[in-house]
Write a protein that binds this ligand. Structure first.
Ligand SMILES: [Zn+2]
Length: 200
């Protein structure tokens, strides 16, 4: 312990502290999801038993550039590129009107992004937000970076429809799986609008 400093709680300590609030099966009480308009599910629900910490983090897809799918893919799926960045769609339509992914061409994660790329990132995020919003009838463009699946840095730009009150907030990503896929011609037109706005 650093003198006078705070001590971080280990995952094991967090787990045991949480278990003290759980039932005999390790299930924690639910927050009041039945009062949340955006919560996508209904009926009797219970939390899954909390699992204990793993000995180590699971490796992600493409931790090494040598076996990174993004590096192998090149830029043929991109709807917009420049010398250092790619903007790509999902492989097929999903429930929300349009989702695009921003990635550097080179194999970096957020924490090891070189200074010149880091300096470009802020203006690029703003530019892509505007381009996705230009599709029309978009209520918000959510910008997300989780990075727990693939190691190659990727930012999500998730457009939620305007005026559908249940799709606001972070559950938009779940509604994307629940809503029927956007019809292919509309999805392609939405991607073309994003690409046109990026090139304009
Ligand atoms: Zn890569």
């Amino acid at each position: 312990m650093a003198e006078g400093g705070l001590v971080a709680e280990t995952p094991e300590e967090l787990y045991h502290r949480a278990l003290a609030a759980a039932d005999a099966e390790g299930r924690l009480p639910l927050p009041p999801v039945d009062t949340w308009e955006t919560f996508p599910f209904d009926g009797e629900l219970r939390a899954r038993p909390l699992l204990p910490p793993l000995p180590a983090e699971k490796p992600r897809l493409g931790e090494d550039a040598a076996d990174c799918w993004r590096c192998a893919q090149g830029d043929e799926d991109a709807i917009w590129t420049d010398e250092r960045w790619l903007l790509t769609p999902l492989p097929e339509p999903s429930g929300l009107p349009v989702i695009v992914i921003l990635q550097p061409r080179a194999h970096h994660d957020l924490g090891d992004l070189p200074p010149e790329l880091a300096a470009e990132l802020g203006p690029l995020i703003v530019r892509i937000e505007r381009a996705v919003a230009s599709v029309g009838e978009i209520g918000r463009v959510h910008v997300g970076r989780w990075g727990d699946g693939s190691a190659h840095l990727h930012f999500w730009f998730i457009a939620r429809p305007a005026r559908l009150p249940q799709t606001v907030g972070s559950f938009a990503a779940i509604w994307d799986d629940i809503l029927p896929p956007t019809p292919e011609p509309i999805w392609r037109a939405n991607l073309a609008a994003v690409a046109a706005a990026m090139s304009g």
